[in-house]
Design a protein around this ligand. Structure first.
Ligand code: XLS
Ligand code: NI
Ligand code: NI
Length: 437
């Protein structure tokens, strides 16, 4: 049975196409810098936004009209699996991502929850076998249920901590069974609402303990996925511990976890932290920690995680520029952690939104590849720092100088090199030429 009767397989028709259900830029087999677009852009469907979100917001009820609405309970969960695989097939999405509670009802006990998970994972597994679709990552939702009111790994309640551990254990088993390429931790409620009631040191130590136990268990069961942490600065808590890439990396280093983890970076989380997405990618990249992306965008005028589909080619270009400089994302990919707006409530909108996002990233990829092939900015950067590749600068880089030797050099240097313009505006106009030219 088909869930999406209005839409067939979405194909590439080129930039002049007027067909709303066709790609204008995403051409899976087109080769860019020696690799197919589909290999550069390992796009994934986010189960929660595509199959379980219903369009409610704090001011109103659900608006979504979905073809699985006649089902309920475990039958609804099964219908969503079938609908999800049909969607991925029609969209040409090779990967998907999910939280444990996205795929099945929790039931009234952990036992029931895990039994439900097993039932649905059976169905997911058989659909994966017949379709060839792959799991980019799964994760445990440890923020929705009221038990996590004070956090999961950072909770003040040791029984809740144990419950969280049980969910992670099950998540790792599911990830192994489905051949997940990564396993994500987003600390939805790992942070604080008020310092007045918070033991920050114990909370952070306990989070690190939980991560070490997860690393150990994955090893024990032979699950070799890349572990990822997804930083976010605020929302739902006032302050989330994994504030941004730099904070998360220093946490991982402090607790001797850096060798086991990389980062899953999300565009809207970057902007909530007061950073551009490319800043977050750059910080991760230069530290060897760039793992995977949650593709979306925020609204410049709104201060929360709006999780909109990415449609900004300028941002996508700078994103893909970092990804290409990183030589790709390895096991990581590009998960559309993005939801259709509440007023885009028809099932067709799910297709139209993914087409918009995939086209935007495809266009960004092509522009970024051209920038790199032409070494448009690399030449400028090399020239800008050239004083560090010869003479005293080369000595600094080689670690051969001391404050005393530099002071002696400075005092004897009658004609220091003049500074040169940074030419920022000119570089920005070059970027415009590449994007719009
Ligand atoms: C929420 C997060 C979440 C993670 C997975 O803001 O982006 O969706 O990606 O738990
Ligand atoms: Ni996310
Ligand atoms: Ni988010």
């Amino acid at each position: 049975m088909a869930y999406y009767e209005n839409v067939g397989k979405v194909a590439y028709e080129g930039s002049q196409s007027q067909n709303p259900f066709a790609f204008k830029f995403y051409n899976a087999d087109e080769v860019v810098m020696g690799k197919k677009m589909s290999e550069h852009l390992k796009f994934a469907m986010a189960y929660w936004h595509t199959l379980t979100a219903e369009g409610s917001d704090p001011f109103g009820a659900t608006t979504a009209v979905r073809p699985w609405h006649s089902y309920s309970g475990i039958d609804l969960a099964k219908a969503r699996v079938e609908a999800g695989f049909e969607f991925m097939d029609k969209m040409g999405l090779e990967y998907f991502c999910f939280h444990d509670i996205d795929i099945t009802p929790e039931g009234s006990s952990l036992k029931e929850f895990f039994a439900n998970i097993d039932t649905i994972v059976d169905l997911i597994e058989s659909n994966m076998k017949s379709s060839g679709k792959k799991l980019l990552w799964n994760t445990a939702n440890m923020f929705t249920n009221p038990r996590f009111v004070h956090g999961a790994a950072s909770t003040c309640n040791a029984d809740v901590y144990a419950h969280a551990a049980a969910q992670i254990k099950k998540g790792l088993e599911v990830g192994k069974r489905l051949g997940g390429e990564n396993y994500v931790f987003w600390g939805g409620r790992e942070g604080y609402m008020s310092l007045l009631n918070t033991d920050m040191k114990l909370e952070q130590d306990n989070i690190a303990r939980m991560f070490h136990m997860a690393v150990d268990y994955a090893k024990e069961i032979g699950f070799d996925a890349q572990f990822l942490i997804e930083p976010k600065p605020k929302e739902p808590t006032k302050h989330q511990y994994d504030f941004d890439a730099a904070t998360t990396i220093s946490f991982l280093q402090k607790y001797d976890l850096a060798k086991h983890f990389k980062l899953n970076l999300e565009a809207n989380h970057a902007t909530l932290a007061g950073h551009t997405f490319e800043h977050e990618l750059r910080v991760a990249r230069i530290n060897g920690m760039l793992g995977s992306l949650d593709a979306n965008q925020g609204d410049m005028l709104l201060g929360w995680d709006t999780d909109e589909f990415p449609v900004n080619v300028y941002d996508a270009t700078l994103t893909l520029y970092e990804v290409l400089q990183n030589d790709g994302l390895g096991k990581g990919g590009i998960n559309f952690d993005a939801k259709v707006r509440r007023d885009s409530f028809e099932a067709d909108d799910l297709f139209l939104a993914h087409i918009a996002g995939m086209d935007t990233y495809a266009k960004g990829l092509k522009v970024a590849a051209k920038l790199i092939e032409d070494r448009a900015f690399e030449k400028v950067i090399e020239e800008r720092y050239s004083s560090f590749s010869e003479g005293i600068g080369a000595d600094v880089v080689a670690g051969k100088t001391t404050l005393a030797s530099l002071a002696e050099y400075a005092m004897n240097n009658e004609t220091p090199r003049a500074n040169k313009s940074g030419r920022q505006e000119h570089l920005q106009s070059i970027l415009n030429q590449y994007i719009y030219g």
